[in-house]
Design a protein around this ligand. Sequence first.
Ligand code: SUG
Length: 446
Amino acid sequence: MNPAVEANCDGLVGPTHSFAGLAPGNLASAHNKGDPSNPRSAVLEGLAKMRLLADRGLPQFVLPPHERPDVGFLRRIGFAGTDARVIETAAAQAPELLNTACSASPMWAANAATVTPSADAADGRVHFTPANLLTNLHRSLEGDQTMRALRRLFPDEARFAVHEPLPAAPHFADEGAANHVRLCADHGEAGVNLFVWGREAWETWSGRFPARQTLQAFEAIARRHGADGAVFARQGRAAIEAGVFHNDVVCVGARTCLFFHEAAFEDTVGVQADIRAAAAGKFEPQFVEIAAADLPLSEAIASYLFNSMLVSLPGEDRLTLIAPMETAETPRAKAAVDRAMASNGPIGRVEYVDVRQSMRNGGGPACLRLRVALTDAELAAANPAQRFDATLQDRLTVWANEHYRDRLSPADLADPHLLVESRRALDELTQILDLGSAFYPFQQTV
Ligand code: SUG
């Protein structure tokens, strides 16, 4: 066993963060459609959360936003002329497609990839499969740039394998780590990988909202990563119907603890038995289940209690929950947290964070980060310029204050100057994070 720590890689919110209501089945996104957003607050909230985790002693990295508006996407679907003309024409003829091209959705790094740490991988490398995110058009634009970003952050091929996204077909619909939980005795020891899927590839899906993850996508990922300790579990159908578009809206796990809502799985008893069997000889799993009688599913979704980060802080035996403010403001959700802490179970502490801008698009603290368990040697091999500390926070704060607007209405997305501002910001960020030349498509053509 190599000692390992769990690093968090957070997606930096991009300058076009907006409320365009692009994600069916994500109730917050639908509810806030059309409201003006505040991209500057959004990015600063994200930085403050990163600071909290870094200050608590966990390695923290920054994943760069993607180029938005995605002019390349608009060109592929027939808009032509100068970049400004492409945007103006799309705004006039197909505003939904312009909104799509502007989404800052890569901020939700839990959807960036599924990760298998070296302790679980057959070849001893850390494996990543960038998610194809093909259920939603705006998110389907992310996979290739995410692959580039992960290869930059984890460049050493002897230690890291960043695969291509799965084939872009509905059979392999994949949303990354938002539907994956890894349990273990210690981050450096072989663990159990719980893969939660919403539908089968050949199943006729008749739900009101889409099931975004297929069983076959996760089977493919487990196979290509050589992932040990795989358990496959079906997401509760009723949960998807109620607005649980990713399993991490109702479930989070860390070390030996799985914390989940009663409605999370189609067969809760079966999931627990499968996890126990996969963990035999490795560790004793601890299940903390919140009953619907104590916290109705609708309040679990509105409060985003389970979209907390569950972290193991250095020097602490019990786990800490990094929960959104909305949980503290929802009496039954807060009571559930308080009871879990008082029970002397695996969760010992809670800290509340303000990520309201992201929350209004359905992204809580856990959505904003991709967890990667790393040994010391792997940690040392990551791009040091993307390692977050107080100095980088100061630098990115100055950068955000200079380049980000504090108000953006959906109509503002039609402003061609937003493209100029956004590219200027990303160009400077390329230097700050040492992302190399030609990291963004717009840098490849100049
Ligand atoms: O895919 N929202 C994202 C939120 C992702 C949250 N991630 C996790 N649960 N891990 C989504 O639904 C809304 C964008 C908009 O409506 O403009 C959006 O894409």
